[in-house]
Write a protein that binds this ligand. Structure first.
Ligand code: NAD
Ligand code: TYD
Length: 358
């Protein structure tokens, strides 16, 4: 039996797939539509791995998903396929609703039909992992306690609203049909293979080129950061031993303001980029127009997954950030190779609207 990973050519997906195969955890089928965010180059090292199969398809295509479930006798689905960039969801929300809501619905329907056909151990062991985000909980005041699994859903962007809708569908399929769904709500990830539209890889890309480092608003928005490898480990633990129907918050206990994150990266770049001088990269910071509906603060209480499943992050923010900056510096051709016309158009559309404020 194999597991089906959707969105395995994206950021978290690539890390998850590579680690799964490295650990020898069994056959894995990767279904990905290869949007701008999907990159098979990330997975070239496993092209010849007998345990690995790639399928170019859309999660909205229920028939293809059902066929794959039957053909590969799938024991679990890990859904990582999604539209994920908040700013893009503000410019153009339609694709977020299609993939994140209708796509999750199609996957759930295929899973339900397949699950109904299973018997004995295959039925007992089947799992559907819905990988979600802390952004569904909305924004926290500075002194409010961190999000727990019982926090109310208050999404503020089209992205987080589409993820919240998907979470609700997953919950309903467990409650109504008994489909063994588990949901993870994770904080901001960073690490290798993240598309350079997101804050951390964008700052490395621009910093290396001597271009400005755009900070939205006053730079005091807070995110909780988790190294991607630790998120993948959390997903595997939930898959192995999570309680069916349960939800698990996953976070790095590493709250930082955006300005703290960018300044820490500037200092690493000063030390790592050949010929750079102290303070050089901080000089590139520029404050630009804020994101509409910009959530002020996210913070995760990860005590449930720690106490129930024994999970905890292995990387601190400092060690993870150092590793990440080094990975991008060592793999500059990776960033260059994805700079398609579409990506350049996006940078223009997003940042031209945000007139530089300093
Ligand atoms: P990503 O944007 O890097 O990758 C998404 C992948 O999904 C790409 O490979 C893309 O080609 C694929 N895809 C998109 N639409 C598809 C469709 N209709 N059918 C099949 N494949 C499709 O995303 P990511 O950052 O790796 O995030 C993966 C998941 O984890 C998402 O559900 C996201 O909400 C969640 N998550 C991400 C973070 C984070 O910080 N990146 C944090 C918490 C949760
Ligand atoms: P991002 O990486 O887009 O993740 P998310 O919006 O899902 O948290 O952004 C992280 C934070 O960084 C968020 O508060 C927005 C901010 N940000 C900037 O200040 N400048 C940028 O150019 C980008 C892309 C993000």
């Amino acid at each position: 039996m194999a597991i089906l990973v959707t969105g395995g050519a994206g950021f978290i997906g690539s890390n998850f797939v590579l680690e799964w195969l490295r650990l020898g955890l069994g056959p894995l089928v990767n279904l990905d539509k290869l949007t701008y965010a999907g990159n098979l180059r990330n997975l070239s090292s496993i092209d010849d791995d007998a345990d690995y199969t790639f399928v170019h398809a859309d999660i909205c295509d229920r028939d293809t998903v059902l066929q794959l479930l039957n053909e590969h006798r799938i024991s679990a689905i890990v859904n990582l396929a999604a539209e994920t960039h908040v700013d893009r969801s503000i410019h153009d929300p339609g694709e977020f609703l299609r993939t994140n809501v209708q796509g999750t619905f199609a996957l759930l329907e295929a899973a339900r039909a397949y699950y109904d056909s299973l018997v004995d151990e295959a039925r007992t062991n089947f799992r559907f992992i819905n990988v979600s985000t802390d952004e569904v909980y909305g924004s926290l005041d500075a002194d409010a306690p961190a999000f727990t699994e019982d926090s109310s859903y208050r999404p503020n962007s089209p992205y987080s609203a589409s993820k919240a809708a998907a979470d609700h569908l997953c919950r309903a399929y467990f409650s109504t049909y008994g489909l063994p769904v588990l949901t993870t709500n994770c904080s901001n990830n960073y690490g290798p293979f993240q598309f350079p539209e997101k804050l951390i890889p964008l700052v490395i890309r621009n910093g290396v080129r001597g271009e400005s480092l755009p900070i939205y608003g006053d730079g005091c928005n807070v995110r909780d950061w988790l190294y991607v490898g630790d998120h993948c480990d959390a997903i595997r633990r939930v898959l192995e031993s999570g309680q069916v129907g349960g939800t698990y918050n996953v976070g790095g206990d590493a709250e930082r303001t955006n300005i703290e994150v960018v300044e820490a990266m500037c200092d690493i770049l000063d030390e790592s980029v050949a010929g750079a001088t102290p303070g050089q990269h901080r000089g590139l910071i520029s404050f630009v127009a804020d994101r509409p509906g910009h959530d002020r603060r996210y913070a995760i209480d990860a005590s449930k997954i720690r106490d129930e499943l024994g999970w905890q992050p292995t990387e601190s923010f400092e060690t993870g950030l150092q590793k990440t900056v080094q990975w991008y510096l060592d793999n500059e051709e990776w960033t260059q190779s994805i700079e398609t016309g579409e990506y350049r158009d996006w940078l223009e559309a997003n940042y031209e609207l945000r007139a530089c404020r300093s």
